[in-house]
Design a protein around this ligand. Structure first.
Ligand code: TYD
Length: 143
């Protein structure tokens, strides 16, 4: 994982982890404690064996999410309209808070990658900004 997040509305999240030796490990995420919003939806992305697989390529107006690569690795490209960076997720106990108005792209998945996403609301297509031009217009108008 990268040392520092430079884009707006994103930060790393460290979850509570209890290592039980030969009996494995528990990692826990609680509303408002580790996750800075109330979780209303959980989804996960897998079957990512194709090297060209790429997801995301959109931003959200209101939705907040937390991303955890609970198996394997992947890269999250982040763009707040001014700064861009790529973040590697490769540990189940550390993830990424993905706030509003962040253009994001998920790619470079390992074959075994499972990306767990916790979201602050149910699915709502009208919250998506799916064109990069619309994204820059949207954040430009709010300045
Ligand atoms: P999308 O959010 O664009 O996926 P990703 O960010 O992983 O690339 O969603 C892809 C499709 O799946 C789109 O048609 C909407 C649908 N979908 C739902 O119906 N419910 C959901 O909770 C999510 C995340 C997606």
């Amino acid at each position: 994982m990268d040392d520092e997040i430079i884009v707006k509305n994103a930060r790393f999240i460290k979850l509570k982890t209890i290592a039980d030796g030969i009996d494995g490990t528990i990692t826990v995420a609680e509303n408002f404690k580790h996750i800075p919003f109330e979780i209303k939806r959980v989804y996960y992305i897998y079957n990512l064996g194709n090297q060209k697989a790429a997801r995301g390529k959109h931003a959200h107006k209101k939705l907040e999410q937390a991303l955890f690569c609970i198996n394997g690795r992947c890269e999250i490209g982040l763009d707040d309209g001014e700064n861009q960076q790529a973040v590697i997720l490769d540990t189940p106990d550390s993830g990424l808070y993905l706030g509003i108005e962040l253009w994001h792209t998920m790619k470079e998945f390992s074959d075994n990658c499972i990306l767990l996403v916790l979201a602050s609301d149910v699915y709502n297509e009208s919250d998506y900004i799916r064109s990069y031009d619309d994204f820059t217009d949207y954040i430009g108008k709010k300045k």
